[in-house]
Design a protein around this ligand. Structure first.
Ligand code: HEC
Ligand code: HEC
Ligand code: HEC
Ligand code: HEC
Ligand code: HEC
Ligand code: HEC
Ligand code: HEC
Ligand code: HEC
Ligand code: HEC
Ligand code: HEC
Ligand code: HEC
Length: 403
């Protein structure tokens, strides 16, 4: 078939389709069924006067959740044919008032930037959220939100950090995208869907003091442990200086905590807040060993203090309470006994009350250093004076001979 013949054939088919469409409409002017609209809009080459495609895939539409609706249920201003060239935008709110109201009160309230279709995809191919073809099916949510919340996405232009790449490489992202684990956290599990608020809003599930509950919806046992500890208690009392889950794990780039990537980078996590204890820990054998690289087995803060149920030393339930030290150190040091645990993990030579021995050793060493330095300084000065004196003296002695 040559090109001209093919074009003619298409023209004939399209005219026939248009004619049948008009005939159908003429016969039943009041019942504008989807089939009627599709006689024209089912033609994949159809465009409007601006050249935009106005094709609607009838098969996909029929399969979608709205397949049993008539086109005019949504395109409500189309009452008959010929319909106006300019058709009013569809308002999903007429049937989904709850979702529209929630969206209206969220960070995505701007309906121009965030029409319902920005998350639900093609308006004619919307599926239930439990259907794998849906843009908001759990496994598809990160990609859907990631259209905007990624390096070059729209959210960046609003000054927001790129989140998607961090998430997708995290333990949750991996579980979801690589293992297909439906129960792993996707964006929606922590942020919600329509009523998404900024983490600076106290009503948001990502507001600092609400985060333990948000993670705790799935990690219930760890949340219980955390709530029992000193950090959880402080947050519950409204002390926002204490850490919540995301301070130690991050919100999006969450790692598997038993793996070396976490253990090797994470000591400063406790140290960010406990600067004094971090600096004393850093002086000790355990830390020096850790910073030599690759040495994952050495004791990190939480190996001695616990990670979630952290308590003051005076609390009998603390693993570093004197009564529990042998067991705690013994996890790694087989045969640890009362004299072994006298070793001070936070030895601080500057603290006279806590470490008198070390304090005086340090004092003695410093005094020794100072006196040695002073001695040599004096010695050098005296030596300089002496050699200068000798120079002058020698010059004086030779002066007369050559004149
Ligand atoms: C006889 C063919 C025909 C039938 C039948 C028809 N349309 Fe159209 N429709 C068109 C054409 C042609 C345009 C493009 C108008 C323009 O912009 O030039 C259009 C435009 C539209 C638009 C606007 C698209 C845009 O550019 O934004 C919508 C929405 C629409 N039609 C919906 C419907 C619905 C719903 C029905 C059934 C109730 C229907 N049409 C029946 C031919 C038809
Ligand atoms: C669930 C509501 C809904 C139903 C049902 C629906 N539409 Fe639409 N339609 C929309 C929305 C929303 C848009 C605007 C899409 C956009 O801007 O992304 C749209 C856009 C269109 C357009 C413009 C071209 C385009 O795709 O953007 C045409 C033509 C159209 N619809 C035809 C139809 C026809 C024909 C049917 C029936 C087979 C139909 N619609 C059923 C919601 C609906
Ligand atoms: C920011 C993205 C986003 C926008 C914008 C959005 N939705 Fe959703 N929607 C979702 C997600 C995610 C789910 C799945 C929720 C779940 O799994 O519980 C969902 C689910 C739904 C559901 C299923 C019932 C429910 O509430 O779980 C309906 C109906 C719905 N959306 C309608 C709408 C309408 C109507 C609009 C526009 C007013 C809209 N959505 C805008 C993300 C969005
Ligand atoms: C004329 C009424 C009507 C309009 C307008 C309408 N819908 Fe629906 N929608 C329905 C009905 C009916 C269902 C099926 C409800 C059910 O099964 O619970 C549905 C289901 C849905 C679902 C699936 C809910 C689920 O269980 O996951 C989503 C998502 C959805 N609609 C989004 C939209 C979006 C987005 C728009 C606008 C483009 C829209 N709807 C416009 C009537 C409508
Ligand atoms: C169409 C692009 C787009 C999509 C899709 C989208 N967002 Fe957004 N989102 C934005 C923009 C733009 C802002 C900033 C709004 C503003 O500040 O006016 C924003 C803001 C946010 C914020 C608030 C940030 C803050 O602290 O101020 C969160 C949280 C968020 N989005 C999460 C999500 C989630 C979760 C999804 C998927 C369910 C999603 N977004 C889908 C564009 C999008
Ligand atoms: C495990 C829970 C969790 C998951 C999953 C999650 N978030 Fe978050 N998100 C948070 C928490 C908590 C915060 C606020 C604290 C922070 O940023 O450290 C936050 C903050 C944000 C912000 C605000 C960042 C800013 O610059 O102000 C955006 C945007 C956002 N998330 C989008 C997303 C998107 C998109 C996804 C999916 C790809 C997602 N989040 C997945 C918990 C989560
Ligand atoms: C929707 C449920 C859900 C929520 C909410 C959730 N997680 Fe998870 N999380 C999981 C699942 C499921 C896994 C297991 C993934 C795997 O093993 O592959 C997991 C794994 C983890 C891991 C790796 C350790 C392990 O046991 O595998 C950490 C750490 C973690 N989550 C922290 C968090 C933090 C912090 C938050 C809140 C900011 C959070 N999670 C919110 C479901 C969730
Ligand atoms: C003070 C820092 C800190 C806080 C706060 C914190 N975690 Fe952890 N979390 C850790 C450390 C450190 C580990 C590694 C423990 C180990 O390897 O023995 C860990 C381990 C985990 C694991 C892996 C399973 C396990 O028990 O080893 C999960 C899941 C987890 N945390 C979730 C959470 C959740 C949910 C919250 C909030 C309720 C939270 N974490 C609060 C530091 C913290
Ligand atoms: C975001 C800051 C922050 C981080 C991160 C943090 N802490 Fe704390 N921690 C606090 C605050 C604040 C208190 C005091 C709570 C109170 O008593 O009200 C505290 C109390 C403690 C206590 C009880 C001793 C005391 O002085 O009351 C111990 C032990 C402790 N933290 C160990 C840790 C360990 C181990 C980690 C890491 C796994 C860690 N902390 C991470 C802020 C932090
Ligand atoms: C080898 C085990 C061990 C390691 C590793 C360790 N600690 Fe300790 N920590 C102890 C012991 C034992 C005590 C009680 C004696 C003391 O105060 O020196 C203590 C005391 C503390 C206290 C004071 C508690 C109170 O009730 O006053 C804090 C806070 C603390 N450690 C934080 C940290 C932080 C942060 C790290 C990591 C940078 C860390 N620890 C690493 C064993 C350890
Ligand atoms: C998570 C495991 C772990 C825990 C818990 C732990 N250590 Fe260690 N510690 C090590 C490793 C690994 C080394 C280096 C290898 C070695 O020499 O045994 C080390 C080395 C030491 C050393 C120097 C070398 C030696 O064996 O004489 C002392 C002293 C020490 N630890 C004391 C303690 C004390 C006291 C505690 C309890 C408060 C403790 N450690 C808890 C892992 C741990």
């Amino acid at each position: 078939m040559n090109e001209a013949v093919r074009k003619n054939a298409i023209l004939i088919i399209r005219s026939l389709a248009l004619a049948t469409g008009l005939a159908v409409l003429a016969l039943a002017p009041r019942t504008l069924r989807a089939q009627d609209c599709l006689t024209c809009h089912g033609d994949s080459s159809m465009t409007d006067s601006n050249g935009h495609s106005i094709f609607v895939d009838g098969k996909h539409f029929g399969d979608s959740i709205h397949g049993s609706l008539q086109c005019a249920n949504c395109h409500a201003d189309i009452k008959g044919y010929p319909h106006p060239d300019k058709v009013a935008p569809v308002d999903c709110k007429t049937c989904h008032a709850d979702q529209a109201t929630q969206l209206g009160g969220s960070v995505h309230a701007d309906s121009k930037e965030h029409p319902c279709t920005s998350c639900h995809g093609n308006a004619h191919e919307i599926f239930p959220k439990t259907d794998a073809r849906s843009a908001v099916y759990p496994l598809n949510v990160p990609k859907t939100c990631g259209q905007c919340h990624s390096n070059n996405g729209m959210a960046g232009k609003h000054g927001l950090a790129s989140v998607y790449p961090n998430y997708i490489d995290s333990i949750h992202g991996f579980a979801l995208s690589k293992e297909g684990l439906l129960v792993a956290a996707n964006c929606q599990s922590c942020h919600g869907s329509h009523h998404i608020l900024s983490h600076t809003d106290p009503a948001s599930p990502t507001y600092k003091s609400n985060i333990p509950q948000t993670c705790g919806n799935c990690h219930a046992k760890i949340n219980d442990e955390y709530q029992a500890g000193v950090h959880g208690q402080a947050i519950a009392k409204g002390d926002l200086k204490a850490p919540v889950c995301s301070d130690c794990h991050t919100a999006h780039a969450i790692l598997q905590p038993t793996e070396s990537a976490f253990r090797m980078q994470s000591t400063p996590i406790c140290g960010n807040c406990h600067k004094d204890k971090f600096s004393t820990y850093r002086d000790t054998f355990h830390s020096q060993l850790g910073s030599l690289g690759g040495y994952v087995e050495t004791a990190r803060c939480w190996d001695c203090h616990g990670a979630h149920d952290v308590r003051p030393t005076s609390d009998p339930a603390s693993p570093v309470n004197p009564a529990n030290l042998i067991a705690t150190c013994g996890r790694c040091h087989a045969g640890a006994n009362a004299s072994f645990v006298k070793y001070q993990p936070h030895a601080n030579a500057r603290d006279r009350k806590l470490n008198p021995g070390l304090y005086f050793v340090r004092l003695f060493m410093n005094l020794l250093l100072a006196s040695v330095l002073t001695f040599f300084l004096l010695h050098t000065i005296l030596w300089l004076i002496r050699s200068r004196y000798q120079q002058v003296k020698t010059k004086g002695d030779n002066g007369g001979k050559h004149a």
